[in-house]
Design a protein around this ligand. Structure first.
Ligand code: GUN
Ligand code: FE
Length: 452
């Protein structure tokens, strides 16, 4: 299959490549075979050949292909509370709003309804790869996997492990270490043996909720499972001032060090937030090739801090973006990319030496722009997971969104006489909305339009 069109991708932070009138040759399994530019010798031949064979898709003038978005941090069961319950700190929010909501997923009819709407909404918003926390419930977790497989969304799905009676309520807690281990392995096997998941678009992820919610015995077991089953890991790391202090008090070290001791800091481990990590923590995360899911909007509500994104990128850490549904009132990767830019600007604000002591809070050089935010939402997320997604290059999956600036209800307005090259991408990143996403492909296949 040959797709002819224009678009953008950003394999490197801070740099955007404009792809003008390229031919993207996609193998039947969804892998990009080749990307041909008009100046290349074989371009015309391939175009004619595909035309003759009827395998050419020509995108109209004025629409733009982007790599599909990679959301590194989503709490699937929290979608019904998106936009609500943002008035209290993390540790209160969990007990007051979030654990009661997640406990409802014992009801599989509710789970099916909520997860169906979530996956449809995310795919329609361009999230082609999603890294999900489920709940403690085996049946609901399998349902989420089945729904992603059925709808073709690329996803990593974890059974949330939380067995610590001191931090988790009786009504929402793994009954024992054994129960949490069984649920974790059960979901790994369900996903890996699923008859419709031969291409492994859906993968399991070992998911200790965060250190406070797990006993040391469970953390050790989960580290061992990640190694023995060769699995991704996800957890929250040094997210809030409270949580960071809790781990210091319980283990006498940072979250990063503690996770490392339990074998949970591996290639493909995704650490949510990481706001309070030190330079030494960053070094360890880099050395283990683990990654940070930067969740800028959620951090504004729950962290009491801002993730030092620029410093992490300069140190060479893998970083991508997460929405952290529902920590923060927005659930799309375009929202997350914009929040990443805004948060970095706020972190930098206040560096003028003329300012008084109350205003001089900023960190010089902290800002990122839309190019880096776009990279993080696509190629950065893919690299964090070690998956071939997030850019248009040979060997990568054709996961893509098609941006239509003419969409009647969209918020994107282009002025062709004014804007060229990556100025167009800047407009897209900052102002496009769901109606502007005209089509979504995952693994070369067009995702169906949701019915609701
Ligand atoms: N830490 C532990 N659980 C959660 C959660 O559900 N959301 C966020 N943002 N942080 C957490
Ligand atoms: Fe989270």
């Amino acid at each position: 299959k040959l797709i002819r069109g224009s678009g953008f991708h950003a394999p490197v932070p801070g740099e955007v490549e404009c792809l003008d009138d390229v031919l993207i040759d996609v193998d039947p399994d969804g892998t990009i075979h080749d990307v041909l530019h008009p100046h290349q010798e074989s371009y015309c031949g391939r175009l004619d050949e595909a035309r003759a064979k009827g395998s050419l898709t020509e995108l109209p003038e004025g629409v733009y292909l982007l790599p599909g978005f990679v959301d590194l941090h989503i709490h699937a069961p929290q979608y019904p509370q998106l936009g609500n319950a943002l008035d209290v700190p993390l540790e209160v929010w969990l007990q007051k709003y979030t654990f009661p909501l997640e406990a409802r997923y014992a009801d599989t009819a509710f789970a099916r309804r909520a997860y169906t709407v979530l996956v449809d909404d995310l795919v329609a918003s361009g999230t082609t790869t999603a890294v999900y926390y489920g709940t403690i419930h085996d049946e609901a977790n399998r349902l989420l996997a089945d729904i992603c497989i059925g709808k073709g969304q690329r996803a990593l799905i974890g059974k949330v492990a939380m067995d610590n009676p001191a931090e988790c309520p009786d009504y929402y807690r793994d009954a024992s270490v054994g129960a949490a281990v069984e649920g974790t392995i059960g979901l790994i096997e369900h996903i890996r043996n699923h008859p419709d998941n031969a291409l492994n678009r859906v993968m399991p992820v070992v998911t200790p909720r965060f250190i406070p919610s797990c006993t040391d015995d469970l953390l050790s077991e989960l580290g061992a499972i990640a190694a023995s089953h060769d699995c991704h890991v996800q957890t929250h790391c040094s997210e809030s001032d409270w949580e960071h202090g809790y781990v210091q008090a319980r283990h006498g070290v940072s979250d990063t060090d503690s996770l490392d001791r339990f074998g949970l800091l591996r290639r493909g481990s995704v650490l949510g937030h990481a706001n309070f990590i030190s330079a030494a923590d960053m070094e360890r995360i880099r050395a283990r090739q683990a990654a940070v899911a930067h969740c800028p909007l959620s951090n504004a509500y729950f962290a009491g801090s801002v993730f030092p994104l620029k410093a992490a990128l300069e140190k060479g850490l893998h970083v991508g973006l997460g929405t952290d549904i529902a920590g923060g009132p927005a659930g799309t990767m375009l929202d997350s990319a914009r929040s990443a830019v805004t948060a970095s600007r706020m972190l930098e604000t206040g560096t003028d030496p003329e300012l008084g002591p109350d205003q001089r809070s900023g960190r010089g050089g902290a800002r990122i722009d839309f190019r880096t935010a776009f990279h993080l939402a696509t190629a950065g997320g893919g690299a964090a997971l070690g998956l071939p997604v997030g850019q248009f290059a040979p060997g990568y999956q054709f996961d893509a969104v098609l941006i239509d600036p003419q969409a009647p209800f969209g918020t994107l307005r282009l002025w062709p006489e004014l804007h060229r090259g990556d100025e167009i991408l800047q407009k897209i990143v900052h102002t496009a909305s769901r109606p502007n996403i005209a089509q979504v492909w995952i693994g070369g296949v067009t995702a169906p339009r949701p019915e609701h």
